[in-house]
Write a protein that binds this ligand. Structure first.
Ligand SMILES: [Fe+2]
Ligand SMILES: [Fe+2]
Length: 190
């Protein structure tokens, strides 16, 4: 179902496994930002009819945020500052201005972020099974929800303009493949 043209780089998983507490803090912020993104999409006229669905996503992301915060607390990991993600910033920089263009690009960005989360949570659910079963189960429990968000955002874009979404998705998938290869030494998911 995921359309990505490039896998996460080989050094992504070892970096994450070696820095789990910092990555969990980053994950908490990622869920917080996902809730904010769903709310930000509600400013577009084309999405006014979908505002209830966007609220539902925002609520789900806020619940994910709280789940990560609870996990941090159980593990005695203090909540900390967010790092900016060069990959997310790179995707968002390509969002064009203008109502129709902007909403489609913004939806595709949100979709790809959700899709990459879905993909990486799946990898972590598998790789953590032996070393940290609690965390493995935690990530496995999030995969379906992030996969649904990925599909929902993409369908919302297609519902506004199918052809334009297809064109922009193609260029965004190229951009994603280029950006994901750029080295990021920071302990973060994206
Ligand atoms: Fe989430
Ligand atoms: Fe999500």
């Amino acid at each position: 179902m995921l359309l990505f043209r490039e896998k996460p780089p080989a050094n992504w998983l070892p970096k994450v496994l070696a820095n789990l507490p910092a990555v969990l803090v980053d994950h908490a912020h990622l869920e917080r930002k996902a809730a904010t993104s769903a709310l930000n999409l509600e400013k577009y006229r084309d999405l006014f009819p979908r505002v209830g669905e966007l609220n539902a996503i925002a609520i789900e992301e806020l619940q994910h945020f709280q789940l990560v915060l609870d996990l941090l607390q159980r593990r005695g990991i203090p909540f900390g500052q967010p790092y900016p993600s060069p990959w997310i910033a790179g995707l968002m920089r390509a969002v064009r201005n203008g109502q129709r263009h902007q909403v489609i690009d913004h939806l595709i960005c949100c979709s790809l972020i959700e899709g990459r989360s879905c993909e990486k949570f799946q990898i972590l659910a598998h790789e953590l099974k032996r070393v940290d079963p609690e965390l493995a189960a935690f990530y496995a429990g999030l995969v379906e929800s992030e996969g649904n968000h990925y599909a929902t955002y993409l369908l919302m874009a297609r519902g506004i303009d199918e052809d334009e979404t297809q064109r922009r998705l193609d260029s965004y998938l190229e951009l994603d493949a280029k950006l994901i290869r750029e080295p990021n030494p920071l302990p973060m998911l994206h």
